[in-house]
Each structure stands twice: as C-alpha cells, then as structure tokens.
Design a protein around this ligand. Structure first.
Ligand SMILES: Cc1cc2c(cc1C)N(C[C@H](O)[C@H](O)[C@H](O)COP(=O)(O)O)c1[nH]c(=O)[nH]c(=O)c1N2
Length: 241
C-alpha cells in the first residue's frame, strides 16, 4: 500500500499500533498481585516464542529458558534473595531505610512460575559477527529477549517481576548452570489481580519518572535540541501520562 505522498506505508493499522503502545505503557514490574493459576502451556509457548524472536548480535541467540515451578528450588532461590536483600537494606538509612524495608521486591514463592533467562556467553564460537568490539552485546541481546517476553506477557494479561537482588554465583549453583552460562534474568510470572498504572517504586514514593524532554540532547551531550516542535510534542505527551 502507498500513502498519498508516494511513500510505501508499512505502518500497522491504528488499532494494532495502539495495542503495541498499550503493552509498552501498561507493562509493569509485578511483585505482589500474583494469582495461583498456572499459565496454560500454549500461552507460555507464545511468550517463549516472543522472547526467542528478539534481535541478537550476529543472530547469536545466546538465551536459554529455565522454567522453575518446583517449590524446593524456589525456596532455595528465595533464601538467596533474603540474604542479599538484608545486605541491600543496610545501604539505606533513616527514613529511606524504613521505606526500603517496606518495599516488596520479589514474588518468588507467590507466583506460579519462575523463569530464569540465561545468556550462553560462548554460543556461536569465538567470532560472533558484530561482537568483536563490544563483548557485552550477548548480554544486551538477552535483555531484549526479556523485554519481548515482558511485553507479550502484558498483552496476555500475565504479570512479570524481575528479581535481581540475588547472588549470581549462588543462583548458578542452585540451577546447575554450566560454565559460560550467565543467569541474566530471574523472573516471576503469573496472572495478576491487577496491574498498577504507575511503577510500584513511583507509587511508594521511592523514585519518579524523569521528564523525558530533559533527557533528550542535541548533537552532543548537554547540547540543547534545536527542534521546538519535537520538544513541545515530548512535553505534551508527558502531561497526558
Ligand atoms: C534489570 C532489572 C532488575 C530489576 C528490575 C528491573 C530491571 C530492568 N526491577 C523492576 C524495576 O524496579 C521496575 O522496572 C521499575 O521500577 C519501573 O517500573 P515498571 O517496570 O515500569 O513497573 C526489580 N524490581 C524489584 O522489585 N526487585 C528487583 O530485584 C528488580 N530488579
């Protein structure tokens, strides 16, 4: 299809575009509102397929997916969280410390499924196309798989919470990961009672979303953007969300 200006129109129809943006804006990190029902296999397959279709450096596809529903394994991971979280809490004192201790930062035992997305740092051999200069691009790729899954889960009505308050070496041992396989994301998944309309950390008064217009630079760091219409559009969008 071509637009009146002759440019081919590859954009999705409006309703589909809205669906995609809805998943982006209504995706939340979920820790507390999990329901116990299991995720049906066909739905889980769709989420994993979405993750598997993420971009990856040199088409490396460095990810694997460990589906963890065993209570004993989850209890061991939860114990790692408890230890690490106690250490993390010590970093915050006074009112901030009290607020930190009130935050719910994981749903390891309440969610029906835990999912560890790993990154095999040796997949594809020594010379992965595009990874020569920036070795961490395998980790970046795996993060994109996480985000694909997270957005698809939101569209399916499934909440996802990322737990990173974990000792990676202990987690590696509990999950029996081979050498070179890094546990990139430990996620809690399940249907939820509700999705908050703002990040939980914002609702709790921990930290607020930064004004986007202030984060956009011109031709170098700190250079003003010479694009009044874009700046106005950024500011306008912000007041509506
Ligand atoms: C790499 C990484 C690691 C973590 C997180 C996210 C990411 C990207 N987040 C979730 C984080 O707090 C959340 O994304 C932000 O607060 C924004 O909220 P929404 O995701 O928009 O709901 C997170 N949340 C939490 O409760 N415990 C955690 O350990 C972590 N760890």
């Amino acid at each position: 299809m071509a637009e009146p200006n002759g440019r081919p129109d590859h954009a999705f129809p409006e309703a589909q575009r809205e669906g995609l943006y809805r998943a982006i804006f209504e995706r939340r990190d979920v820790r507390a509102q999990f329901r116990p029902e299991p995720i049906p296999p066909e739905v889980l397959a769709r989420l994993l397929e979405a993750a598997h279709h993420a971009p990856s450096v040199g088409f490396m596809q460095p990810w694997d997916f460990l589906l963890i529903d065993d209570r004993a394994v989850r209890e061991r991971v939860h114990a790692i969280f408890e230890r690490e979280n106690a250490k993390a809490a010590e970093a915050h004192t006074g009112e901030r410390g009290a607020l930190y201790r009130r935050l719910k930062l994981e749903g390891i035992l309440e969610s029906p499924l835990n999912l560890c997305i790993t990154c095999d740092r040796s997949r594809g051999g020594e010379h992965v196309l595009g990874r020569q200069s920036i070795i961490e691009t395998d980790l970046f790729s795996t993060c994109l798989a996480v985000q694909n899954l997270w957005l698809a889960a939101r569209a399916e009505g499934i909440g996802v919470g990322w737990v990173s308050i974990l000792d990676q070496n202990e987690l590696t041992e509990v999950l029996g990961l081979p050498e070179n396989v890094y546990p990139l994301a430990y996620l809690c998944l399940g249907y939820v009672d509700d999705f908050h309309d703002q990040p939980e950390l914002a609702l709790a008064g921990w930290r607020q979303r930064l004004p986007l217009a202030e984060r956009v630079h011109g031709n170098g760091w700190g250079e003003a953007l010479d694009a009044p219409t874009l700046l106005e559009a950024l500011a306008t969008r912000e007041t509506t969300r």
